[in-house]
Design a protein around this ligand. Structure first.
Ligand code: FE2
Length: 247
């Protein structure tokens, strides 16, 4: 062995999170121009190509439904899905593509539950999000309403709600009553800040989560994920059986 060979450090044979085993991404914003995600078809197609290159085989995209900011109807989303599928095929991207929604928690959502007007993921899962600023005050009503109507609630990116930072007790409490918890993969990269990263790590260490998602709004999000797949907490996810594959 030469001198330089002796002193040089071999690149470590690191593992990485295997996204082909996660298979399904269940949280993203890919229908062009209807929320704060992809703004045109070009961006949508670039993101879908990246999803395919990363190893995913199925994408369930989840545009925001939030009044009055994103007043999307189920029909708006499903019409958008048809167009994206068409363009995706033309671009030669080989992914299964479905659409549901990320429902903002307010009284309009309770109305939608009553009318059974909800777009679902897999076996009747419904993705819901709360305000980032004010803790939810009548979430019991929401969860009961969803469960009684035969839906399975998923709380989007639990780790991003500032008012819960430092404690994952609520996640554990909610999971006991049949509510699913979703973690954003980007949270584990530090993309949203160190406190949110820590909160996501706590959920993983305690195994108080069910789904993982990219919550991809633009291609940069997928690039950040790609660059960080060897982060220990992302690698760690290989050891967990998330519910993504059920979708
Ligand atoms: Fe989202």
């Amino acid at each position: 062995m030469g001198l330089f060979g002796f002193f040089s450090t071999k690149p470590k044979n690191r593992l990485a999170l295997d996204l082909s085993k996660v298979k399904v991404d269940m949280h993203s914003h890919l229908i062009p121009g209807i929320d704060d995600g992809a703004q045109n078809m070009e961006e949508t197609i670039a993101m879908l190509a990246k999803f395919e290159a990363l190893g995913f085989s199925k994408i369930i995209t989840t545009p925001h439904i939030k009044h009055p900011t994103y007043p999307n109807s189920s029909a708006d989303i499903l019409d958008g899905l048809i167009e994206v599928r068409k363009q995706m095929k033309l671009a030669g991207i080989n992914l299964e593509l479905e659409a549901a929604a990320e429902y903002y928690f307010d009284e309009t959502l309770l109305e939608k539950i009553k009318n059974k007007d909800l777009l679902t993921l897999g076996d009747n899962y419904v993705l819901v999000e709360f305000s980032f600023i004010h803790p939810p005050s009548f979430e019991d009503l929401l969860f009961d309403g969803l469960i009684k109507a035969g839906y399975k609630p998923i709380v989007a990116h639990f780790e991003r709600y500032n008012y819960f930072l430092g404690s994952i007790k609520k996640a554990a409490e909610w999971r006991k009553r049949g509510v699913n918890i979703q973690v954003n993969l980007l949270s584990l990269t530090g993309h949203y800040g160190m406190e949110i990263k820590k909160q996501a790590e706590m959920l993983i260490d305690a195994c108080e989560f069910d789904f993982i998602g990219t919550d991809c709004h633009r291609i940069d999000h997928l690039k950040i994920l790609e660059e960080n797949l060897t982060l220990p907490y992302l690698e760690k996810l290989n050891n967990y059986m998330t519910k993504n594959r059920l979708l």
